[in-house]
Design a protein around this ligand. Structure first.
Ligand SMILES: C[S@@+](CC[C@H](N)C(=O)[O-])C[C@H]1O[C@@H](n2cnc3c(N)ncnc32)[C@H](O)[C@@H]1O
Length: 306
């Protein structure tokens, strides 16, 4: 199947937010994808600037190679943003003027059946963003026990019928295609939601687990404090409540506006200032339905590390 184009979400808002008043500097795009946000950022920046763009997905970087050849300000890095500091250090970059991230999966990843993310077209049950390492979804499902699988479906997919679905998946035996998995979930699911494939939540949960998505975000956020210059901006787009909660709580702790006990209780305080929380407008959602669940959170690096 032909690769679908990826329409960048909240593109100008993100670029304006991450730049603030700057038109020059060194910036990070933590999630290059098809390069929509990087291109808009480069368009705003002067000839002396640099954009270092990360992606776990070799296919994304292969497509982006042409853009990097045409614009020497762009450097593509095949790494997880969980390795932010180490990967930047390899390019002798230790401080940057802004970091943006657009979390989750890209449209080509979701739509190309061969990548194994899709319940709409059957493909090999893979779901890895980085196909060069880690367990495929098929391997991951084969090694997880029923109870742990139910917990993943419940926590990462907010799937109410997690136990029933986990039982059906484990009873089905080795599954090798997304079509088989979608069918098992569909049959096991007792209550289909309107306008939603019954396997949507389960696929989301398994994808998050296979790609360690929340672990990567948790590793990434504290590193941004070390890398951002004072006055530099962090702009992150998230697409579901689990991601958004992690980012919100991190910004709250780093800005010293909460005393709540959570994963970020030990984050250094007064290191970030909350700038904005932006949602797409109706017109953007109409043009790009993928934008409907997006939230952009923006914070600015302040003060020394405590
Ligand atoms: C929503 S897309 C980004 C789209 C991009 N902003 C654009 O305009 O084309 C998310 C991208 O981030 C990548 N990604 C997700 N998690 C990552 C991680 N931990 N490290 C690096 N890249 C990651 C995915 O492979 C995917 O290509």
């Amino acid at each position: 199947m032909m690769s679908a184009a990826h329409i960048p979400v909240l593109c100008q808002d993100t670029v304006s937010a991450v730049c603030g008043r700057l038109t020059s500097g060194i910036f990070v795009d933590a999630t290059f994808g098809r390069g929509g946000h990087s291109a808009a950022l480069l368009a705003r920046l002067d000839a002396n600037s640099r954009v270092l763009a990360f992606d776990k997905d070799l296919e994304a970087l292969a497509v982006g190679q042409k853009m990097a050849e045409q614009d020497s300000r762009l450097t593509l890095i095949h790494a997880s943003f969980a390795e932010l500091k180490m990967a930047l250090a390899r390019f002798n970059v230790h401080q940057v003027d802004g970091i943006m991230a657009d979390l989750g999966v890209s449209s080509p990843q979701l739509d190309e059946s061969a990548r194994g993310f899709s319940f709409m077209q059957s493909g090999p049950l893979d779901m890895r963003m980085n196909t060069s390492k880690g367990l495929t979804a098929a391997e991951w499902l084969a090694q997880i026990d029923e109870e742990s699988l139910a917990n993943v479906l419940y926590q990462y997919g907010e799937e109410r019928y997690s136990r029933r679905i986990a039982r059906a998946i484990k009873q089905a035996g080795p599954l090798t295609s997304t079509g088989e998995l979608a069918e098992v979930v569909k049959v096991a699911h007792p209550k289909w939601e309107k306008h939603k494939h019954p396997a949507t939540r389960s696929f989301q949960a398994i994808r998050i687990a296979v790609n360690h998505e929340l672990d990567d975000i948790s590793a990434f956020l504290p590193q941004t404090l070390d890398v951002l210059k004072v006055g530099a901006r962090l702009a992150i787009i998230s697409f579901h409540s689990l991601e958004d909660r992690l980012i919100k709580q991190f910004i709250q702790h780093a800005s010293g506006t909460t005393g709540q006990e959570d994963a970020w209780s030990t984050a250094p305080v007064k290191t970030l200032k909350k700038i904005a929380r932006i949602a797409p407008g109706e017109a953007e959602i109409k043009d790009n339905p993928r934008a409907r669940s997006a939230w952009l959170r923006v914070a600015e690096r302040v003060g020394p590390l405590s």
